[in-house]
Design a protein around this ligand. Structure first.
Ligand code: TMP
Ligand code: ZN
Length: 432
């Protein structure tokens, strides 16, 4: 195996240490999903890395087989949690779920890793809790600080945990939303949680739920930042190896299907709810512990990768114009893996100012604002941000009324012309 600069090949499983891997899927050499390019600079040195997924036969962690250096990925980061009603509602739910289940008091400390610009913490602060963010993206930590959310511009580790505890005291809650899957040293994070939390403290992580990813063929969840694809069963193994246990779980449709998992020390006062066992049972019934379900996933992905370019190229051949709706990281997996470049995707519209005016990694499709997209008036949008389908299709009712159509890439590529149709197509694949 060649040594790839900036990346390391995985040997043992980061959850259980085993080395018996099932090879699930290879998506080829792919550029980094959030490495948007400046049109003025040279693109000759754009780094590509293998994007391959394995499944650990011992604990069934799905994992990439290469880990790209986090300093390359995260120090300057342009994913800003979007101003979206879907996300806002979800963040409020996270606060309510925690408060109802674990009854924190005003003045308790909540620490969030991967806190981005502080939107989630602001809601906890609104409930009277003290808050501290931890995020390695210095550009985002600066914005959070300016918004009044104290933020440590570091990766979360035992050292960061100790420093936060020294200056703010022990935490009632350590939260990591959509960050745990990005972390290679899970043991370091769990040790940090142990260091930081009060005896009955809670460590909550929200991750893309592997069951949803497999059921909806959401292979675009796979990009170099997502090192791990977790089930509740796999997270239980991890918790137990660190003298913790899962005490509650909550599924949601956010980011295409996620699960929020609450862990507490084994000796704490919290008991596991029936929901934990129920999800573990569902995972078992779905076949997560055998090889077959992963082989089927790979076949489903290959089918999407054949059908989607056929649809998009068909529209272009008939004189239609296709643009991308949203420029999410995951959209770059779809475009690069399906070979959809600027010859067929005219541009992508995205609400994030940091992305506008840039080119997408690999395909070099230009990104513009929604206002500019409206002026350019494509007749089809490839819905790369399909996890906001309902919100987006409602917002774009004018485009739809004028005969415009959205191409929903997964679970199977289809044309849709209403929010209801899109939601139904997505939900039809989800396992309840
Ligand atoms: P995410 O799924 O990782 O949150 O990324 C969604 C991307 O889509 C993000 O770059 C913002 C963009 N977006 C739009 O352009 N329009 C929208 O209406 C929404 C909800 C998101
Ligand atoms: Zn394992």
């Amino acid at each position: 195996m060649d040594v790839i600069p900036g990346a390391r090949e995985v040997a043992g499983c980061r959850v259980c240490g085993a080395t018996d891997w099932q090879e699930v899927l290879s998506l080829g050499l792919v550029p980094l999903a959030n490495r948007f390019l400046d049109p003025a600079s040279s693109h000759g040195d754009e780094p590509y890395f293998p994007l391959r997924v394995l499944s650990c036969r011992a604990c069934r962690l799905m994992s990439l087989d290469h880990v790209v250096d986090p300093e390359i990925l995260y120090r300057d980061y342009l994913y800003i949690t979007p101003e979206s009603e879907t996300i806002r509602r979800h963040m409020r739910n996270v606060v309510d779920l925690f408060c109802e289940r674990f009854g924190p008091e005003a003045g308790d400390l909540v620490v969030e890793m991967g806190s981005n610009i502080g939107g989630q913490l602001r809601l906890f602060a609104g409930k009277g809790m003290r808050v501290v963010g931890v995020d390695p993206a210095r550009n985002l930590a600066d914005v959070a600080e300016a918004n009044g959310i104290p933020t440590v511009p570091e990766f979360f580790s035992v050292d960061t945990a100790a420093a936060v505890r020294d200056s703010h005291g022990a935490a009632k809650l350590l939260l990591g939303r959509h960050v745990f899957a990005h972390i290679d040293d899970l043991a370091g994070v769990l040790d940090g949680a142990e260091r930081l939390l009060v005896p009955d403290g809670v460590f909550a992580v929200e991750v893309p739920y592997v069951l949803d990813m497999l059921a909806t063929t959401a292979f675009d969840t796979i990009y170099h930042e997502h090192l791990s694809y977790f089930s509740v069963g796999t997270l239980s193994v991890l918790a137990e190896r660190h003298r913790m246990r899962i005490v509650d779980v909550a599924r949601s449709s956010v980011h295409g299907g996620s699960v929020l998992v609450f862990m507490a020390r084994r000796g704490s006062k919290w008991r596991s709810t029936a929901a934990v066992e129920r999800l573990r049972g569902l995972e078992h019934d779905f076949g997560l512990y055998g090889d077959r379900v992963y082989r089927r996933f790979a076949e489903d992905v290959m089918r999407v990768c054949e059908e989607l370019p056929r649809i998009v190229r068909g529209i272009a051949t008939e004189g239609g114009t296709v643009a991308g709706y949203g420029a999410p990281a995951k959209g770059n997996t779809i475009l690069n893996v399906c070979g959809l470049g600027r010859d067929v995707v005219a541009f992508c519209s995205d609400t994030t100012p940091l992305k506008q005016g840039k080119l997408l990694p690999g395909t070099h499709v230009p990104v513009c604002s929604p206002q500019e997209a409206r002026l350019r008036g494509p007749d089809h949008y490839l819905l790369l941000a399909w996890n906001y389908a309902e919100e987006i299709l409602r917002k774009e009712s004018g485009f739809l009324a004028g005969g415009g159509r959205f191409i929903l890439p997964i679970p199977r590529p289809v044309l849709v012309d209403s929010a209801e149709e899109a939601v139904e197509a997505l939900q039809s694949a989800v396992q309840l």
